[in-house]
Design a protein around this ligand. Structure first.
Ligand code: NAD
Ligand code: MG
Length: 386
């Protein structure tokens, strides 16, 4: 029997890699719903190739374009926030949560509420509404399978039956394109340099997050929600080769790690097939050609975003929500060449300093904190604007 699959964010880097795996194993999977934000041409092409029941475009004004592009098919078309929710609610065995940013929260929650198995790539869900999101997961019995490579690695080697035997988890970080760049030179790096990741081929937002190390900070918060460890049991180490994807240290001194070539199709295929494994077509890891594996401590002076995220985790409440929203606005400002690279963490820090942190009791509280943080971040971007 084939597994039915929904892909939220099918036109992105995660979405395309997921479809690549599905195409190589077409007898095992049946795509039922696809969503994209604005790329009608690619969504229509994917819909023609994979023949889902439903194709959704996030930007409502593009609905007619998508409808026209699929007019000679029997694929249902929908649009906007309601359409995205409809796609998430559509019955399927597996949902890839591959939308970028807090925009992925509402649709991913819909999939959680119907108890689906979810491949979680969208880490911002957990950063901006972690406690509420995880309580919905336990209420519905949905299964979360981490797709972020570090969390996927930890998931594979974490002894969930004996969490007391775990001393700490260590997330590896490549260090990004500016790992060795002096602070003075970092002030004038361009978006083109920032999105050119040394090891991974990813969307633009996460590429900038990797360059500031905010991505690792978001992942520390993500890890705290996904694994039964305390906030102080999560460590970060820079590992430029991106071969060791993360590690779990046990009290007896054993350290278990998952290794592989830096290709997201490995963690995606793990989530798609769990509890089985399949050929992902990923280039096999050849340690002799890698030669050397390096590890170093992160530099929190040049990469203050990591520190800000760890502090937001310690503070708790809406602090991570504010951090995430301010970062999304600042990254957009940087990509639009309206903000300098080093102003990304300083914008986030300023927003965090301006807003009171509350303990959110409902998604409305999260939404309000998110909106307030975006508004203040936008004012800062306008003020600092280059
Ligand atoms: P991407 O920018 O390549 O793709 C994002 C997808 O989300 C696209 O399909 C886009 O159409 C859709 N989208 C964007 N904004 C939207 C909105 N407002 N409403 C609805 N849909 C929207 O991003 P990506 O690199 O594929 O990353 C997706 C998520 O996976 C992110 O949360 C990222 O942090 C996480 N992730 C990605 C990688 C990677 O290798 N790319 C690795 C680990 C985790
Ligand atoms: Mg990652």
């Amino acid at each position: 029997m084939s597994k039915s699959v929904t892909i939220l964010g099918s036109t992105g880097s995660i979405g395309c890699s997921t479809l690549d795996l599905v195409a190589h194993h077409s007898n095992d999977f049946d795509v039922v719903a696809l969503t994209a934000h604005s790329n009608v041409a690619l969504l229509a092409q994917q819909a023609r190739q994979f023949n889902p029941k439903l194709a959704v475009i996030g930007q409502s004004h593009l609905e007619d374009d998508l409808r026209q592009a699929l007019a000679d098919t029997d694929i249902q078309v929908a649009a906007g926030e309601l359409g995205l929710r409809e796609a998430a609610q559509y019955p399927s065995d597996f949902v890839m949560a591959g939308i970028v940013g807090a925009a992925g929260l509402a649709p991913t929650l819909e999939a959680v509420r119907r108890g689906a198995t979810i491949g979680l790539a969208n880490k911002e869900c957990l950063v901006c509404a972690g406690e509420l999101f995880m309580s919905e997961v336990s209420k519905s019995g949905a299964r979360l399978l981490p797709v972020d490579s570090e969390h996927n690695a930890i998931y594979q080697v974490f002894d969930f039956d004996h969490p007391e035997s775990i001393e700490k988890i260590t997330l590896t970080a490549s260090g990004g394109p500016f790992r060795t760049t002096p602070l003075e030179a970092m002030s004038c790096v361009t978006p083109a340099q920032a999105v050119k990741h040394p090891n991974w081929d990813m969307g633009r937002k996460i590429s900038v997050d990797s360059a500031t190390l905010m991505n690792k900070g978001l992942e520390v918060i993500e890890a705290w929600h996904l694994f039964p460890v305390s906030k102080d049991q999560i460590d970060v180490v820079i590992h430029p080769q991106s071969v060791v994807h993360s590690l779990v240290s046990y009290v007896d001194g054993s350290v278990l790690a998952q290794l592989g070539s830096p290709d997201m199709r490995t963690p995606i295929s793990y989530a798609l097939n769990w509890p089985d494994r399949m050929d992902s077509k990923v280039e096999k890891l050849d340690l002799t050609s890698v030669g050397t594996l390096q590890f170093e401590a992160p530099d929190l002076i040049r990469f203050p975003a990591l520190k800000l995220a760890c502090q937001a985790l310690q503070t708790g409440g809406t602090a991570p929500t504010i951090l995430n929203a301010a970062n999304e606005v600042a990254v957009e400002g940087f990509l639009g060449e309206r903000l300098a690279f080093l102003d990304i963490p300083s914008t986030v820090e300023e927003v965090l300093g301006k807003l009171d942190v509350i303990h959110p009791t409902c998604l409305g509280d999260v939404h309000e904190a998110d909106q307030q943080a975006r508004q203040i971040a936008q004012q800062i971007v306008a003020r600092l604007g280059t």
